[in-house]
Design a protein around this ligand. Structure first.
Ligand code: NAD
Length: 298
């Protein structure tokens, strides 16, 4: 059996961040201000705090302005909507991201709907979902856009390939399927009610796993030579007592003997998400400032 090429998402993300930094410097020069990303965090969820800190650091490292707004876990929805409204009207803010999940007493859809679609760098607003579905320029959710970049980098043209996306969430699975369709793949969306999942996956030239179940996709589910993108991030007990480690939705050790190319976890899709967020922010900045910009250069 062969050994798959490892798709280096970490390295690709570094390159993308460097290109964003170049564009951000040029933007500052042309616009007379820095591009700005605002991140809003409600509550003290430790994982969300880590993401928000990391987003802030990487935004600044790319030469853009970072604005962080933190609300207590018991803040009411009106307070959060007030913050979003201020950011919508703030000309220094090009992108707005409300860190999910929100506390249970808040309506996520209502909060996302309050973000100006032209600052919705997460691509979750229905206007951007509709733009993606109809092929209009908008903002695409960061994780699936990162996956399509890795696929194009690995395979070149995706036209005519059979792609199976496992998972149908609004954040990953559904936009992933739209992006693959836009690249002329023949797309199947599999989910928790799919029958004979292994048979469905075996037909795929491209497999994108976005489920949240450790090591679910096995080597014998894969067509030899398939390209495998593992979005899953699952924390499982490590070898040492009390320690944990991250694994994906694909059984990497066995799958990498059958796949043609595969993303590792960690170091595959994960690092792409923030890099694409920064990409979306510099795109938003140019659009909001009315400056021409070749987005394909990113
Ligand atoms: P989700 O829970 O919203 O959706 C999971 C999907 O998997 C659902 O559509 C469900 O139908 C499907 N599913 C569940 N059990 C299944 C089964 N047995 N067989 C087939 N399909 C099944 O999750 P999500 O937000 O889409 O995230 C999926 C995974 O991706 C998680 O591990 C998450 O941590 C990870 N993730 C990673 C990044 C990143 O930056 N790399 C970003 C977002 C999500």
């Amino acid at each position: 059996m062969g050994q798959a090429a490892i798709i280096d998402g970490k390295g690709f993300a570094e390159g993308l961040r460097a290109r964003v930094a170049d564009c951000a410097a040029a933007f500052t020069h042309k616009a007379g201000r820095k591009a700005g990303l605002a991140v809003v965090l409600v509550g003290e969820d430790p994982a969300s705090q880590v993401y928000v800190r990391s987003k802030g650091k990487q935004t600044v490292a790319c030469g853009m302005a970072s604005f962080e707004h933190t609300l207590p876990a018991d803040a009411d929805e009106a307070q959060l909507l007030g913050v979003v409204d201020r950011l919508n009207r703030d000309p220094a803010v090009d992108g707005i991201l409300v860190q999910l999940p929100l506390p249970a007493h808040m309506d996520e859809q209502k909060v996302i709907a309050a973000i100006n679609p032209d600052k919705d760098v997460d691509g979750f607003h229905v206007v951007n979902v509709g733009r993606l579905a109809t092929g209009l320029p908008g903002f695409v959710p960061c994780t699936p856009l990162g996956c399509i970049m890795l696929l194009q980098h690995t395979l070149g043209s995706l036209a005519g390939l059979n792609a199976v996306v496992i998972g149908r969430s609004n954040i990953v699975g559904k936009p992933m399927a739209q992006l693959l369709l836009a690249q002329s793949c023949t797309v199947t969306i599999a989910h928790s009610r799919t029958r004979d999942l292994s048979e469905v996956v075996r037909r795929a030239d491209i497999v994108v796993a976005a489920v949240g179940r450790p090591d679910m996709v096995k080597a014998d589910w894969l067509k030899p030579g398939a390209t495998v993108i593992d979005v899953g991030i699952n924390r499982v007990p490590g070898a040492e007592a009390g320690k944990t480690r991250l694994v994906g939705d694909v059984d990497f050790a066995s799958a990498s003997t059958v796949a043609g190319a595969i993303t590792p976890v960690p170091g595959g899709v994960g690092p792409m998400t923030i890099a694409v967020l920064l990409r979306n922010t510099i795109v938003a900045a140019h659009r909001n400032a009315g400056l021409a910009f070749d987005e394909s250069a990113l």
